[in-house]
Design a protein around this ligand. Structure first.
Ligand SMILES: Nc1ncnc2c1ncn2[C@@H]1O[C@H](COP(=O)(O)OP(=O)(O)O)[C@@H](O)[C@H]1O
Ligand SMILES: [Mg+2]
Length: 500
């Protein structure tokens, strides 16, 4: 990283009608640094990125790129000056191949009469080689995982001679392992002198990768500095404007059993898992990657049913051999990869909210539109989804609000048991504690809540029982008198070496 500044913004303002998205934002990105842009949902991060990339012209303010002031910047101006943005949806073409997605743009710009397919493939392979990606160039994009789609988007950006690569919330839909891989790629780009700006609001992730940090709040610039000038307290204060007071979740004692699992197992995944969840309990399941923590959720929801053991829901033995069975028994499930599995991003909040309970609205062959709208509006209000109406596609919502839509979808089925895998991955501090409050309230109403997570702080603060998984076996259930550091030691100590 040098002290030379690549991008400088001063006093950027942008309003959409009455919404003042940016109210005087300053920003400095140095050459070759990794800069994190943080702030709660709706504070203007994406709008700022669009101002930098020429998508939105600011109402006021100045932009300098490489020492030169740029006025009336259009997207092509930004690209020509080396600014490349990877948006949350990656803007890739699902029907084109990996190679076409990476290289076609450049090939079309070359003004040659015919597309040179050989060079498309060659350019793509070279770009992938540069970042150590190993993806079949001929496979269609729609068949790739989220992480691989993102890599294709990064390859496309770097062959366009990026000097500044901007990634909007790149870790939201990634697993912990995929995040590691992304950081490796970013480190290699940084080593080539490319500046990187990442939108992220998880301080532990930011610590792993960022050199410097800028925080926005409600469209305003709050602070900026070296990453080491921020600890959890200052970070939270700057993001939210107040301290987040968090106490541990302790429900009223109850012997009323909601869920009991006895010696549950699935060959090759996990075995001998037993636990009891009583009314009021928020039960956590944790373990290292590959410990089987996620597979228990998949078994209880019938995605990958158990082949041994017993499940009792509200005192009654039940069989779960399919998702249909699980839904029949009123079990709800939020998958870890909600952006690809839990939500239809292009569909409205309404469509998503009623997606798991559509049968309820069928009346003599017709859909009860008013009923669907009424229920959706109820949940939007009840769990505080921030949106002007129930019509916008979920794609336009922030991570925290999108996650609330998945929760609304399952609440609308009135579940007896609600399993959430990574419920607050990619969700910022404020919305995170709102989601936890929702879950505590549901537990208090007698709905069984299971949180599967590797976020130790989240577990210790929000679950009153924690099941620890190790190599596919349950190595114990503990209460939340433990702190996150000791819990981490238990996972590793109990788990031997991580299965990387
Ligand atoms: N095209 C738009 N039209 C109207 N309002 C918008 C538009 N884009 C963003 N906003 C509003 O501007 C504010 C900032 O949004 P955004 O930049 O997406 O926040 P962030 O990325 O930090 O979550 C929000 O209140 C959002 O609803
Ligand atoms: Mg955004």
């Amino acid at each position: 990283m040098s002290d030379e500044i690549f991008l400088k913004l001063e006093g950027i303002r942008k309003s959409f009608g009455g919404v003042h998205a940016l109210q005087g934002v300053d920003l400095e990105i140095r050459k070759g640094e990794v800069h994190c842009l943080a702030g709660e949902n709706g504070c203007g991060k994406s709008t700022l990125i669009k101002a930098i990339s020429g998508v939105h012209e600011p109402d006021e303010g100045k932009i300098w790129i490489d020492g030169e002031e740029v006025k009336n910047m259009k997207p092509m101006d930004a690209i020509n000056r080396g600014i490349q943005v990877i948006y949350q949806d990656f803007a890739v073409f699902p029907n084109l191949s990996v190679a076409e997605n990476i290289a076609l743009n450049g090939e079309l710009k070359s003004k040659a009469k015919f597309v040179n397919w050989k060079s498309v493939r060659k350019i793509a392979l070279e770009a992938m080689d540069q970042i150590g990606a190993n993806i079949d160039p001929d496979i269609k994009l729609e068949r790739l995982s989220v992480a691989n789609k993102q890599m294709v988007a990064i390859c496309r950006a770097i062959i366009n001679d990026a000097k500044l690569l901007i990634l909007d919330e790149p870790t939201t839909a990634l697993t912990a392992r995929e995040v590691e891989k992304l950081w490796d790629i970013i480190r290699s780009l940084k080593a080539k002198g490319i500046a990187i700006m990442i939108v992220n609001h998880k301080l532990d992730e930011i610590y792993q990768i960022a050199d410097r940090l800028t925080i926005l709040r409600n469209g305003k610039y709050i602070s900026s500095g070296d990453i080491h000038e921020y600890d959890q307290v200052r970070f939270t204060q700057d993001m939210t404007g107040h301290d987040v007071v968090e106490t541990k979740y302790t429900p009223a004692k109850s012997d009323e059993e909601v869920l009991r699992v006895e010696k549950l197992g699935r060959k090759g995944a996990f075995s001998g898992v037993s636990f009891t969840l009583n009314k009021g309990d928020v039960l956590g399941i944790t373990g290292l990657l590959g410990s089987g923590r996620g597979e228990i959720g998949e078994a209880l929801f019938g995605l990958a049913p158990a082949d041994e053991g017993e499940i009792f829901l509200n005192g009654k033995k039940i069989e779960i051999n399919s998702v249909n069975d699980a839904m029949k028994h009123e079990i709800g499930y939020v998958p870890e990869d909600r952006l690809t599995q839990g939500l239809f991003m292009e569909r409205s909040i309404l469509d998503n909210t009623i997606a798991a309970s559509i049968k309820k609205y069928m009346k003599r062959g017709k859909l009860d539109g008013a009923g669907m709208e009424g229920d959706t509006e109820h949940w939007v209000k009840e769990i505080g989804i921030k949106t002007p109406s129930i019509k916008p596609p979920v794609r336009t919502l922030s991570g925290g609000n999108a996650q609330k839509v998945v929760i609304a979808k399952w609440l609308n089925t009135h579940p007896k048991l609600f399993i959430l895998d990574g419920p607050t991955v990619g969700v910022d501090v404020g919305a995170k504690s709102e989601i936890h409050t929702i879950l505590h309230d549901l537990a208090g109403k007698g709905i069984g809540i299971i949180i599967i997570s590797d976020d130790l702080v989240e577990l210790v603060k929000n679950c009153n029982k924690i099941v620890i998984m190790k190599d596919g076996k349950c190595s114990g259930t503990i209460d939340n008198s433990i702190d996150e550091v000791s819990l981490g030691r238990l996972l590793i100590g109990a788990g031997g070496e991580a299965n990387e």
